[in-house]
Design a protein around this ligand. Structure first.
Ligand code: PLP
Length: 331
């Protein structure tokens, strides 16, 4: 069997899988199951912690003492990294893309709570010069005697992909225990690492399952390229090379709505309805949009009765708080 790179145990695993009984019944289509990666830990809940288990082991083994990472103001990934860094005794610098004066709340508040150094970068500069900004910060820290490891956006890169490769193995074991086969695994796509890891894992552990991504930003073409790139990066850490063809990449485009981290009333109403139907919070940036996409596709008949679909709840709960004033509750 294949050898994983070393991992630092940080997440509470395995996460449960359970059926969304009421939603499945309401739609009358496929059976919908949920993989609860929103409960991988408290403040470090969500999908990033699985990636960080491998990333931080790599950083420790290579003698780093500091991490630098980046994302939007309300980045779940930056928050997870800040807490993992605190736990492991690393300094943490987060580079955040800013539009207006940031409000210190939700994930950004938690970044501060965990003691991360925060660097706000104007959105234009961030979009055009991110790599240089990270490198400059790394050089500056080196002059202060710090050895800083750069974790790219969402930890979606070679070593980070192993988090969801391992999750695919975990799912295959749970399938055996439950004597169930999923026709589809559906996941949100934000920077591509979760999808890439699951797809690599599909080839090793879930031959009968199709991995489907719903992108919440950019477009299908962008992610096909990105997934191919980071897929290859993982080979540097593996003793096997797993081939990938375009047909392996299944992305349902068109559910990003009015833009990354922006919400429509329809999406917020959907999140409200699901919270009341199933007693589970989906976030407005990733899981709410992706589940909305899945439900819409089921209504269109693209997933069928008799099929079994596993949706990955990738977390992101804190992202709901900055939107609180936009929700229009009838009660
Ligand atoms: C980062 C994130 C995603 C997207 O995962 P990628 O691996 O970046 O594609 C999905 N859901 C939540 C809650 C996230 O924080």
């Amino acid at each position: 069997m294949f050898n994983y790179p070393r991992r630092e145990k940080l997440a509470l695993l395995p996460t449960p899988i359970h059926k969304l009984e009421k939603l499945s019944k309401l739609l009358g289509g496929p059976e919908i199951y949920l993989k609860r990666d929103d409960v991988t830990g408290s403040v470090v809940g969500g999908n990033k912690i699985r990636k960080l288990e491998f990333v931080m082991a790599d950083a420790i083994d290579k003698g780093y003492d500091t991490v630098i990472t980046c994302g939007g103001i309300q980045s779940n990934h930056c928050r997870a990294t800040a807490f993992v860094a605190a736990k492991l005794g690393f300094d943490c610098h987060v580079v955040l893309k800013k539009f207006d004066t940031p409000i210190i709340e939700a994930n950004l508040f938690l970044d501060k709570l965990a003691g991360a150094d925060i660097h706000y970068i104007d959105h234009d500069k961030y979009d055009n010069n991110l790599e240089e900004i990270l490198k400059e910060l790394q050089d500056k820290l080196a002059k202060e005697g710090k050895k800083a490891y750069i974790i790219p956006t969402g930890a979606s890169f070679g070593i980070g992909n192993f988090g969801y490769l391992k999750a695919a193995e975990e799912i295959s074991e749970q399938c055996k225990q439950k004597d169930i086969t999923f026709h589809y695994i559906v996941t949100p796509i934000g920077s591509g690492g979760t999808y890439t890891g699951l797809s690599l894992g599909k080839k090793l552990y879930l031959p009968e399952t199709k991995i489907v991504g719903v992108n919440v930003c950019d477009d299908r073409e962008y992610f096909v390229k990105k997934i191919k790139k980071i897929w290859k990066e993982s080979f540097a850490f593996m003793d096997v090379e797993i081939p990938l063809v375009d047909e392996d990449i299944n992305i349902i485009d068109g559910y990003g709505g009015i833009g990354y981290a922006k919400s429509t009333q329809e999406e917020l109403k959907f999140i409200t309805d699901i919270a009341r139907l199933e007693g589970i919070v989906f976030d407005p940036v990733y899981t709410g949009k992706a589940l909305f996409g899945l439900v819409d596709q089921i209504k269109k008949g693209n997933f069928k009765k008799g099929e079994k679909v596993l949706f990955i709840h990738t977390g992101g709960i804190f992202g709901i708080f900055p939107k609180k004033d936009m929700f229009q509750f009838e009660k």
